[in-house]
Structure formats: C-alpha cells, structure tokens
Design a protein around this ligand. Structure first.
Ligand code: URP
Ligand code: ZN
Ligand code: ZN
Ligand code: ZN
Length: 475
C-alpha cells in the first residue's frame, strides 16, 4: 500500500522545506502537495522534522575482540539503531591472514542475514597484502559491492598491519576505486608504553588512556595521510578523538589530499576523567583511541562545523560491564575496548550539535547520513530524501526531552556510557524502504527484513566540490 507523509518539514543536507512525501514499493515516488490520498496510508508529521535515515558508517556487531565477543549482534544492534534513527549501517568484516577473503565475508553474511531489521553493508579488513589477496579484491568489489578496506595501525599482534601493507592497500584502492579506512594510532609505541605501565604496577583503567597519548594518534594520522598523498589515493580516518589528529587531517586537506575524518559521540561529550571513576567503573569508558582531555571536544565540534571532519560513526562495539569489561580487572590491557553507542548517535548529534547551536540542521543531516552515503557509494539510493531514493525516513520530534539510561535503551549491553545525560529531540517513527520499523516509538519491524546493500566505487557520488577537497575557510 502506498503511504503519504503529510505536514512535516523535510530536511536534507542542502534544503529545508514543507512538503508531502509519496512512498510506494520501497521508494520515495514523489515530493510535493495534493497527492491523491485514496488507498493511501496517511502519516501525519505535523510539527516534526523529516530526515533521511541515519547511516552509521562504523559498527562492530557480534565481533570477536579482546578475548570475548561484542555483546550486541545484528538483532539487538539493528533494533537499537532503528530506535535511534539509523536505517543503514556498515559493519567491519574481520579477515584472517592466509584465509580466502570470501570466507570472512560469508561469516559476516551468516551473522547478519536472518537478524538485521535495517539495511547494512560491510567494510573489509585488510591484514596482509600479497598477490593472492590482490587477486581477490576485484571480486570483493564486483560481487560483494565492498568498496572500503580497513587497515589497523594499532592492536599489535592482533589486527595491526605495517606501513608496507597500508601503502600497498592505498595503491590497490586507488586502482580499484575503493576507500581505505585506518584506525590511526602508533601500535608499536603503545606496546612499549603499556608493557612499561604494567611492569610498574599501573593496572587501572586510566592507564589505558595514559599509554595511548594523543601524540600517537596524531603521528599515525599524519603518517597515513602522507602515504595517501604519495600513493595519490584516498583515506578515511575512523574515530578521530583529538586535536593532534584533526590538525593532520586539516593539513592534508589543505594540500588537496583526499583525506576524510570521522569522529564519534563519545569523543564529543565524554572525557578522560571518566576513566578514573572508582570501583573499576572506568572500564566502561575504555575505547581506542581513548577519551581525551575535555578541551579536545571543542576542537572536534569546530572541525565538524568547518568540514575538516565530515562524519559521525558510533564505533558500536559493546560489552557488558559484568562478565566482559571486568576481564580487565587488575590489567587494563585486558579490558575489551568499545561501548554501546549505536542507539544514541543521532540524538546526541542533534541535541549537542543542533540544539546547542554548534552545527546547522543541514550539517546535522550531512554528518549523520548524507556524507557517509556519498563516501561509501550508497548515494543517492540512501542518504537523502528525493524521488527515486529508498524510503529510509526518520520522523523526528525536535522538542521532546529524554534522559539516556541503560534501563530504557534497546542495546544488549548492561550499561550506557551516557547514563543520565539529557537529550533534546527523538525519532518518533522510522521507515526502512517504506515500511515502519519504529512506529510511534514502538518496534514494529521484522528480523531479517534488513537487506545487504552492495555499494558503488569510491568517488562515484561525490560532487566535484567534494572530491576536490575544499580549502579551509580563512574567516
Ligand atoms: O575501542 C574501540 N574503538 N573498539 C572497537 C574497535 C576499534 O578499534 O574500532
Ligand atoms: Zn579502531
Ligand atoms: Zn571501530
Ligand atoms: Zn549508487
């Protein structure tokens, strides 16, 4: 049955206007007024914003990590994402050295296929690069539509790749039309600092932050950017946490390099002092890169506003406090890294960003949806409200206030790092390809309804302006 959303204010990355939206067969058919309402389900969005569904470019659902497996899977993770206004996510598919890439991808399909309630895609981790791996990449792109490769510069002896691997990946990505993503921290020096801390008996969560100083994120970010310039390739730096890294990205962009940056809600509103909380509570706030000194938050917000950072990922990688985070009692290096964020990503950006006047409504849409669609080859199927696009839509009440709590959230993890935080604005209803997943704040979706989405090659959907990286404004 066709649907018509009436009386709402449509907001895209470029526009804001009042119009009705006609939806049929999963797509937005038309935007305008005076549609024939016979045989249509009418959705009244008076007083609400209508946003394109959020795109979360960075999740780790049911991922083996830190001696355990992240708690939220493609069921709880995508349900929580939908409640939070996200209708597409891109999860990181881990690979094992010496194993066919297709095996890893099949493992990820098996985890997600019958569970996801919203659409999803995969990035592929590159842990080694040799002729055998190179031979498989064209098929990964053609058959699977995976057009982004992730290289870890940290997690020594686990995921970390060396500079040769990164450089070869950048060269291959340029050739194939893929975007290289990096976790940018200097894993070798972190290894030295963590061994030293443990040898000195410094085992508390705060030492996680103290052994991964911002210099090491800045150094790795700058190194990756320079290698990108040398390879004439393209780079996306995930989870940027600090001023040192922002500076490196801004410098690379000012030279015209194709370097993009993502930050995460946790770095925008939490800080390093959280790791000092008593009774091992600090473990709840262990991410890599770590939470930083508070002043970095303003740098990150300014970078989102000026466009030096372009996207917001949740880096969803949740672990229970009891039974998972506590693996690291007495040794901070054994605390599983990550947290439950997927549900609150959009709300926090709206509340702290738009409501507090740090970014505009159009920037909000760009950061939470449109830019990721463009960078990762999903646009204009996803990431905007336009005739012909998938009807992935969030009906958002900007006035309602809510307090974030683990008791009320829909993620599986047993705590919420934003516990007690007041946010303004909340998704009321969320549609994925024209069907309600959330209706009047109730889950009405179906497991397995989310589809795997193949993505276009890098650059296909970037405008001239966006691909010729803009000079930062002088004002
Ligand atoms: O602490 C984090 N970020 N956990 C998830 C894995 C990663 O490095 O992105
Ligand atoms: Zn990472
Ligand atoms: Zn991550
Ligand atoms: Zn496309």
């Amino acid at each position: 049955m066709k649907k018509i959303i009436q009386n709402g204010t449509i907001v895209t990355a470029a526009d804001m206007y009042k119009a009705d939206i006609l939806i049929e067969n999963e797509k937005i058919i038309s935007i305008g007024n005076g549609f024939d309402t016979s045989d249509a389900e009418i959705i009244d969005a008076a007083g609400k914003y209508i946003f394109p569904g959020g795109i979360d470019p960075h999740t780790h659902l049911e991922m083996p990590f830190g001696g355990t497996v992240s708690k939220d899977d493609f069921e709880t993770g995508t349900v929580a994402a939908a409640f939070g206004g996200t209708t597409t996510l891109i999860d990181f598919c881990l690979t094992n050295k010496g194993e066919p890439l297709q095996n890893a991808i099949d493992t990820w399909h098996a985890k997600s296929k019958e569970k996801a309630v919203i659409d999803y895609s995969f990035h592929l981790m590159i842990g080694e690069i040799n002729q055998e791996v190179l031979n498989q990449l064209p098929e990964v792109i053609e058959k699977e539509g995976i057009t982004s490769f992730k290289v870890f510069m940290a997690y020594k002896n686990v995921f970390q790749a060396d500079d040769e691997t990164l450089f070869r990946t950048l060269v291959a990505a340029k050739e194939l039309g893929a975007l290289v993503m990096v976790h940018a921290e200097n894993g070798d020096v972190i290894e030295y600092l963590t061994e030293k801390a443990l040898a000195e008996g410094n085992t508390d969560p705060i030492y996680h932050a103290l052994t991964r100083p911002p210099e090491l994120e800045g150094e790795a970010t700058g190194r990756a950017a320079k290698l990108t310039g040398l390879a004439d390739s393209q780079l996306y730096v995930v989870h940027v946490s600090c001023s040192e890294a922002v500076k490196q990205i801004a410098e690379a962009r000012s030279k015209g390099l194709n370097v993009w940056g993502e930050t995460c809600p946790q770095y925008l509103v939490l800080d390093q002092t959280y790791l000092e909380r008593p009774n091992f509570e600090g473990a709840k706030y262990v991410w890599s890169p770590p939470l930083r000194e508070k002043w970095n938050q303003e740098v990150l917000w300014n970078a989102l506003k000026s466009g030096e950072l372009q996207t917001l990922g949740s880096d969803q990688c949740s672990f229970d406090f009891k039974g998972q985070k506590d693996l690291g009692k007495g040794d901070f290096t054994k605390i599983p890294n990550g947290g439950p964020i997927i549900e609150d990503r959009v709300s926090i950006l709206f509340s702290e960003g738009v409501d507090k006047g740090r970014i505009t409504l159009n920037q909000f849409v760009d950061i939470m949806s449109t830019r990721s669609a463009k960078l990762f080859g999903l646009y204009p199927q996803k990431g905007t409200i336009a005739a012909g696009s998938d009807a992935d839509i969030v009906i958002f009440d900007p006035d309602v206030e809510r307090v974030i709590s683990a008791e009320k959230h829909h993620m599986a993890a047993d705590y919420n790092p934003f516990e007690g935080m007041k946010v303004k604005g909340e998704p009321v209803s969320v549609l994925s390809r024209g069907e309600f997943v959330i209706k009047d704040k109730q889950f009405v979706g179906k497991l397995g309804k989310g589809k795997y989405v193949k993505r276009a090659r890098y650059g296909k959907h970037l405008s001239r302006e966006e691909s010729e990286v803009l000079q930062p404004s002088k004002s």
